[in-house]
Design a protein around this ligand. Structure first.
Ligand SMILES: N[C@@H](CCC(=O)N[C@@H](CS)C(=O)NCC(=O)O)C(=O)O
Length: 86
């Protein structure tokens, strides 16, 4: 199964919701906390079209987006197929 990585901060409700969704689907993920990681956060924004909010969800190398995009992907049944790629 393709690895899921989620960049979060501890006070972010959207991050908790995204993790709940993944948990509820039984999808294991690697969490990278961005609290205090200003350089890493700037780098992520630079390499992902100026994306400035958390969570940032990746499936393998592919940047999925944030909570809204993760939910949308899940709703239209696109999450599992991406996990099975590669
Ligand atoms: N549409 C975004 C909204 C995400 C969002 O607004 N995240 C907030 C935290 S819940 C955020 O990043 N705020 C700025 C910050 O924490 O620096 C998504 O679905 O992920």
């Amino acid at each position: 199964m393709t690895k899921v990585t989620i960049y979060t901060t501890s006070i972010c409700p959207c991050c908790h919701a995204a993790k709940r969704l993944l948990h509820s689907e039984g999808i294991a993920f690697h969490e990278v906390p961005l609290d205090g990681e200003r350089k890493l956060r700037r780098r992520l924004a630079r390499t992902h079209a100026g994306w400035r909010t958390v969570p940032m969800v990746f499936i393998g190398e592919r940047f999925v987006g944030g909570l809204s995009e993760l939910r949308e992907l899940h709703t239209r049944g696109g999450l599992r197929p991406l996990l099975e790629v590669g």
